[in-house]
Design a protein. Sequence first.
Length: 253
Amino acid sequence: MAIYDRSGHRARLTPAGERLLKDGRHLLDAARQLELRVSKQAQGWEDRLRIVVGDLVGFEQLLPSIADFDRLQSDTRLHFIRESFGGIWDALYDDRADLVIGAPNQPPPGDYFTRNIGDYDFVLVAAAGHPLAAEPEPVPPHVLRRYRAVAVGDTSRRLPARTGGLLEGQQVLTVHSSQAKLKAIVAGLGTGHLPRSHVRAHLDSGELVEKAEEESGSFPPMCFAWKQEQPGRAMQWFIQRLELAVEQGELYI
């Protein structure tokens, strides 16, 4: 394979030579990046940090933390994943995540470290035109059972699936996210429990109606969690930054 064309007064790269030069530059850049990552890892920075964000946590709440982390130039790659209900803990239990944010503080068997974010403020809501909206309050379970509930599917793979706010024998419409659940309830396709912060605007506008229940369940606090006893520098940074975010009201339910 000819790399140089020497037919003229000056030698020039052939097309094959141009490709070789271009590929060589890419390889050199890749080698430099690899050298930098190895150097960062030697300083205690993880190559990658896998973070599960619970379905009820708005991702926009994490953007200030991500921006602050970028300024460290650690070269740790951040990988964010969405999970729901027990799937949040399942990801940590099954080593698919290093850190989870927005899990109910009811960990599965094992050694975990948790920090509370806050208490859930779930409210039962229905569309203004839904029959439940006209029921006398507080609504007893046998009346609530007549109406279909909208629920977010649990994304657990190994741990038993969890549910919340459902009654035995109640019809259920299962959807993929809390946003889909809200839209289904607003459309009058069922009723359900959602955090007050998620439905406040719809309550204020009159699209949704909050219903008091005769028997309301209790929910554990929401937390973030990890299970490494000696986390790397990126994990340590995020733990401290999330604690600050909770304290300053940046991270909430």
